[in-house]
Design a protein around this ligand. Structure first.
Ligand SMILES: [Mg+2]
Length: 211
């Protein structure tokens, strides 16, 4: 079975966020203000994920911008969401499906916002179950392992520390990192985990492992 992360693993979240930032430039909302207010919209002080276009627009309204205009611009990016899947993501999911493996998707963050992204990308159909809850990944992995007795378990994720923790807690899982363009190769080497640049390379590796 495969447990697969959504953001920055299947979906180019960095590029998507950059597109959100660009969508507000015509309203004279610069990058600096975008990222500042994005951070505020994203998470509540108690750690709960909270991002929505409405919440971000309200925060910008407080900064003197027109709520409706901001919301309209952000909503226009909604129609483009599917284009931010990594170009080989569908091929990757199709290939894993063909190998008769159970796939689980972890899309943690604000539930409604994560749902919006996953639905716009039309990828739910590949998964036995999709987890949107904003709780930590270990708990979800634990839950999946409790119900699925497949002994070949791959966990595919982009974040190094988070993945190392999963590997520590669940030794039998094979953890594979999808490299981010923002980090040096050295960081991945040091992680002690397998890592690849593309989903296609990951697909080739796991297909061999499953033989
Ligand atoms: Mg991720």
């Amino acid at each position: 079975m495969f447990i697969i992360d959504f953001d920055d693993t299947l979906f180019d979240t960095q590029k998507f966020k950059q597109e959100l930032a660009s969508s507000l430039l015509s309203l004279e909302i610069g990058e600096k203000l975008f990222w500042q207010t994005y951070a505020e919209a994203r998470i509540l002080s108690d750690g709960t994920f909270s991002y929505s276009f409405e919440r971000h627009a309200s925060i910008l309204e407080r900064e003197g911008f027109d709520y409706k205009q901001v919301l309209d611009n952000l909503n226009k990016v909604k129609e483009k969401i599917k284009f931010f899947l990594f170009e080989d993501a569908i091929y990757f999911l199709e290939s894993l499906k063909e190998s008769k493996q159970d796939l689980y998707l972890l899309s943690l963050g604000d539930e409604n916002f994560q749902k919006l992204k996953v639905e716009e990308c039309s990828i739910s159909k590949y998964f036995k179950q999709v987890f949107f809850r904003g709780k930590d990944k270990e708990l979800v992995v634990k839950e999946i392992l409790a119900e699925n007795k497949d002994t070949n378990v791959f966990f595919i994720n982009d974040k190094i520390e988070e993945s190392q923790k999963i590997k520590n807690d669940f030794q039998s899982i094979e953890v594979i990192l999808k490299q981010a363009v923002t980090l040096t190769e050295e960081k991945y080497k040091k992680s002690g985990l397998k890592y690849f640049k593309t989903l296609t390379e990951i697909k080739e590796y796991v297909t061999n492992e499953l033989k």
